[in-house]
Design a protein around this ligand. Structure first.
Ligand code: IPM
Ligand code: MG
Length: 353
């Protein structure tokens, strides 16, 4: 296997965690005789500093020409002025849109030896294994119109929650395909009691449900889903939802896993390279200290092997190594431990064999 991977370390702890994920990928490549090439590029705040924009057309083109993209995190206080014209997050959104990765897979599993790391009671957490599928290139993040103007003498800001039928259909269909390899259960999350876009979403989901009678479909309002995530998370399996609902629900869901630092994500489209990133942010408060948890990014690298390179055994090997590392009590600071980013990755590499 020959594959080109573009690495976008980004800002804050991004470079620290992506460096470890690349080491893990290199180890896997060495063992399996795969030729993986890695090209680093700037995206986010670091690109604003260098080029005045968060994502240059050249970097986007490099990503589009790659087999997969591995991303750390973007953003930080330096670029946080709400009046700024250029923002690191524009790079991330431009990249998602430019790669056409409309589905963001965010698996949430609770490792048995981290049951006590979550503020929730352990009995609620046992058996939690959720796959949140967040629509990623539409909805409230991208709808038009969007912007500022003046209405009746008052400053006004507008964001639009917009979906076309095909955007809903492709992501919900993907959720059903994924559900068939799991517990054959899909929860479609919307706000159909208020939003027109959610009523379209629900209509389409219902149709797909009827065409797939072997999968149980239920609809849940997003406020209820936010509650269920903490009151009965083990009852959820595949969850599919609008872009911003998914953004919010997955930060909430990360609490189940004990730390934001644990959770990976895969963003995929119909074809072309996938984008792989931990769900956590750039954590400016601990950036440069070498103490960030690299697990979310290392597990994202496993998803990269699975979804973009078709290397399932290698992906599973990384996941097993991470599992064992956690079982053996290795912990970074976010989980109350003392291991550095590098030392945690070393422990994972050792168990990878
Ligand atoms: C995420 C992040 C991003 C998002 C930000 C950094 C734009 O919160 O990936 O969840 O909102 O999508
Ligand atoms: Mg988020």
């Amino acid at each position: 296997m020959n594959a080109k991977i573009v690495v976008l370390p980004g800002d804050g702890i991004g470079p620290e965690v992506t460096a470890e994920a690349v080491r893990v990928l290199e180890a896997v490549a060495r063992r399996g005789g795969h030729a993986l090439s890695f090209t680093e590029r700037l995206m986010g705040g670091c690109s604003i500093d260098a080029h005045g924009t968060a994502l240059t057309p050249e970097v986007l083109a490099d990503c589009q020409a790659a087999d997969a993209v591995l991303l750390g995190a973007v953003g930080g206080p330096k670029w946080d002025d709400p009046r700024a014209r250029v923002r690191p997050e524009q790079g991330l959104l431009g990249l998602r849109k430019g790669l056409g990765v409309f589905a963001n897979l965010r698996p949430v599993r609770v490792h048995p030896s981290l049951l006590d790391s979550s503020p929730l009671r352990p009995e609620k957490l046992r058996g939690v294994d959720i796959m949140v599928i967040r629509e990623l290139t539409g909805g409230l993040y991208f709808g038009q119109p969007k912007g500022r103007d003046v209405k009746d003498g008052h400053a006004r800001a507008v964001d639009t929650l917009e979906y076309q039928d095909f955007e809903v259909r492709r992501v919900v269909e993907l959720a059903f395909r994924i559900a068939k390899g799991r517990k054959k259960k899909v929860t479609s999350v919307d706000k159909a009691n208020v939003l027109e876009s959610s009523r379209l979403w629900r209509e389409i989901a219902t149709g797909i449900g009827q065409a797939n009678p072997d999968v149980a479909l239920d609809h849940m309002l997003v406020d209820t889903a936010a509650m269920r995530l903490v009151t009965s998370p083990a009852t959820l399996d595949v969850v599919v939802t609008e872009n911003m609902f998914g953004d919010i629900l997955t930060d909430e869901a990360s609490v189940l896993a004990g730390s934001m630092g644990m959770l990976p994500s895969a963003s995929i489209g119909e074809q072309g390279p996938g984008l792989y990133e931990p769900i956590h942010g750039s954590a400016p408060d601990i950036a440069g200290k070498g103490i960030a948890n690299p697990v979310g990014t290392i597990l994202s690298a496993a998803l990269l092997l699975r979804h973009s390179l078709g290397l399932e055994p290698e992906a599973a090997a990384i996941e097993r190594a991470v599992d064992r590392t956690i079982t053996d009590g290795c912990r970074t600071a976010d989980l109350g431990g003392t291991l550095s980013t590098r030392a945690m990755a070393d422990e994972i590499l050792r168990r990878l064999g």
